[in-house]
Design a protein around this ligand. Sequence first.
Ligand code: AMP
Length: 289
Amino acid sequence: MLKIALPNKGRLAEETRDLFEQAGLEVRAVSDRALTASLGGEFQALFVRAQDVAEFVADGAADAGITGRDLVAESGRELCELLDLGFGRCRLVLAAREESAVSSPATIAPGGRVATVFPGVTRRYFADRGIPVTIVPMSGAVEIAPHLGIADLVVDLTSTGSTLRTNGLREVATLLESSARLVAAPAAGTARAPEVTRALAELVAALDSVLRARGQRYLMANVPRDRLAEVKRILPGINGPTVIDILNGGTLVAVHAVVPAEGIYRTIAELKAEGGQGILVTRIERLMA
Ligand code: AMP
């Protein structure tokens, strides 16, 4: 059995559930409040707070886990990062009041007070730079701290930056960039059973194939045979496009290729300019490495 610690609520939980479902690892919980669930086969989910995932994995209660890189860093536990899942993107930043004289970490007056829900990362950041600050640990709503005189600065997560702006705060530095990660205990230092190692590799391959497919589309088109050289330039594909004869196709042949989703409108326009017809674009469920 491969035990995987997953976030139990919030956006990270929803995106994780979607990813697992697309990878064929659907959550089969007996109730919405179940703390464990089968994911099919030998995979089992343990639902825990995103903040606790790193501890569960580092202590061996789970073989793998999904949580934000920010929370792994804050836990201070050494874990092996197996995949960047691409969602839950945010940055942990140092911010000061708009009118503050602080323009960089080095310009903070000795003893400056920094409010944060990430005291571990913040302490290490300032210690590494030899900047003496006082950490003010909080459990939420740190943006208010400078306005209440509790702190001079904050270290907080930001995604669009609108919460900082709304609260009259200005970014001064980025401590770390984060997104959801699949983590496991470091291979060295754990005596993993061979079946756990195999199941872990299967999990990585299954999730990775869905993540790869998300950025790609499968494109099919009929093109004039005498334009194939130009079409190959437009559709490099993984190994070049597949070219298929069409029964009663006349001068046309069918081409199929995997193409990046980004900029696909340009690809379609280029194919049309070469006489491409009957162009079809579909999503790909999985793309193996
Ligand atoms: P923002 O989009 O910068 O206004 O962020 C909105 C709020 O969501 C802020 O209070 C952040 O602390 C929080 N936040 C943004 N992105 C994430 C994330 N990926 N994980 C956890 N909290 C986040």
